[in-house]
Design a protein around this ligand. Sequence first.
Ligand code: HEC
Length: 159
Amino acid sequence: MTIIYSAQTTILSIKRYGMRAATNYSARLLEENIKDFYVKKIALFLAAGLMPLAFLSVAHADAALAAAKGCTACHQVDKKILGPAYNAVAACYGSADAAKLAANKASLVKHVKEGGAGVWGPIPMPAHPAVANEDIGKIVDWVLAQKDGTCPKEFKPKA
Ligand code: HEC
């Protein structure tokens, strides 16, 4: 009688504590997963929040580069001074075709480096032999990213 009774309690307690251990274990797993989920979510959220900041600082860097290289003496983003407005340059040379955009960029870099007249009117742009092509390229990328410009009638691209 006692033997049967103790065997019964053992089975019962294995069942009970075994179950409890299993529940504890899965609860812990669940908790870890939830923690992991939120850590990832928060990281994503932070990354998404900081992304515009990164873009902003790149845009600032290129605007600052244009100023440092003297481009802003003759160019503004949205108004013609001596040279065309940069958003007009973007409107005339922008293209959804990546190959065409790359070709336009290359020809703009060359024109800035060597100077010249006749595309936007009779006033020439001086050559910029002292500005590295890499810097001109960065500025031209920034120029081509300007929005809300219109391409004027006097624009005559070089063949
Ligand atoms: C002294 C004035 C002056 C300075 C300084 C100047 N530009 Fe210009 N830029 C012009 C003029 C004028 C034109 C129009 C030339 C033309 O019609 O061919 C022009 C044209 C351009 C164009 C369009 C070229 C094309 O082929 O359509 C770009 C891009 C440009 N400039 C970028 C720059 C950058 C970048 C700098 C600085 C490194 C710079 N410019 C410095 C006067 C200037």
